[in-house]
Design a protein around this ligand. Structure first.
Ligand SMILES: [Mg+2]
Length: 239
C-alpha cells in the first residue's frame, strides 16, 4: 500500500486560467442577453449591475459560497429590473445562467495538466477541492477523480478546515499522509497546513515567496514538476 493516502487538488488557476475562462463566459452571456433579452442586456451592461450584485448578496448572504446559485439570483434581479414578470424572469435567468455555465466549463488546460492528472490518478486517489463552481464532468476531468468537493456543497470556502475535512473524514485519512495541491498561498497552502496536510504550491507565475507567507512543503513552477514533488513527500513519510 502506498504511504500516501490521498491527494486533494484545487481547480481554478491550478489546472486552468480562471479569469480568462470567466471573461470568455461573460462575453457569451452578454451576447446571449443582447439577442434574447435586450432590456436585461441594458441593465447587465450598466453600472446598475454592481448594485444588483450587492443587493443580491444582502438578500441571500448564504450564497457567498455558492457562486452558481448566486449568479442565478443576480440574473433574476437583472431580469426583474428590466421589468420582466416574475416567472419569465425566473426562466430567463436560468437560461442565461446555462449559457454562462457552459462557457465557465469550457476551460483551456495549462500545459501538462491532463498528463499530471493521468499520472497521479494511476497511483493515488485524487479529490477536487474548489471554492469555485467548475463542474468536473463538464470540464472533462471526472474520470481522474474519486470525488469533488465544492464550497457550495460544504457551505464554507478554503482555507476553512471543513473543506479539507469533507475529504479527509469520509476517507478516514490521516492528514499527515495526504497532500493538497493548489495555487493560492492562503486558501490552499495555509488551509492545508492548518489541518496538518502537506502542500504543493503551484506557482506558475513564479511569484516570490516572502518569509511571512505560508510555507508550502514543495513549490512547483510547472505542472510537470508535480509528480516528482509528490514522490519526494511520499518518500519522506514513515511507514
Ligand atoms: Mg485556485
Amino acid at each position: 500500500m502506498s504511504k500516501l493516502q490521498l491527494i486533494t487538488l484545487d481547480l481554478d488557476n491550478t489546472l486552468w486560467d480562471v479569469e480568462q475562462t470567466i471573461r470568455a463566459a461573460e462575453r457569451e452571456l452578454v451576447s446571449w442577453l443582447k439577442n434574447h433579452a435586450e432590456p436585461a442586456h441594458q441593465v447587465y451592461t450598466s453600472a446598475t449591475l454592481i448594485e444588483l450584485r450587492a443587493q443580491t448578496l444582502e438578500q441571500h448572504p448564504q450564497l457567498r459560497h455558492d457562486l452558481s446559485q448566486l449568479r442565478i439570483e443576480i440574473l433574476f434581479n437583472v431580469m426583474r429590473s428590466a421589468d420582466y414578470a416574475e416567472s419569465e424572469a425566473r426562466d430567463l435567468a436560468r437560461a442565461a445562467f446555462d449559457v454562462f455555465f457552459a462557457g465557465r466549463n469550457r476551460v483551456v488546460f495549462f500545459p501538462g495538466a491532463l498528463e499530471m492528472l493521468q499520472t497521479l490518478s494511476e497511483r493515488y486517489p485524487i479529490y477536487a477541492l474548489t471554492n469555485g463552481n467548475a463542474d468536473v464532468t463538464r470540464t472533462g476531468i471526472s474520470h481522474y477523480l474519486q470525488g469533488a468537493i465544492s464550497s457550495a456543497l460544504v457551505g464554507a470556502s478554503k482555507p476553512d478546515p471543513s473543506m479539507f475535512h469533507a475529504v479527509l473524514t469520509p476517507s478516514n485519512a490521516s492528514p499527515q499522509r495526504c497532500i493538497h495541491i493548489g495555487d493560492h498561498l492562503h486558501d490552499d497552502v495555509q488551509g492545508a497546513s492548518n489541518v496538518g496536510m502537506h502542500s504543493i504550491w503551484v506557482n506558475l507565475q513564479q511569484s516570490r515567496l516572502n518569509e511571512n507567507d505560508p510555507q508550502p512543503s514543495h513549490e512547483v513552477n510547472h505542472l510537470d514538476e508535480i509528480y516528482a514533488a509528490v514522490l519526494a513527500i511520499e518518500d519522506s513519510l514513515q511507514n
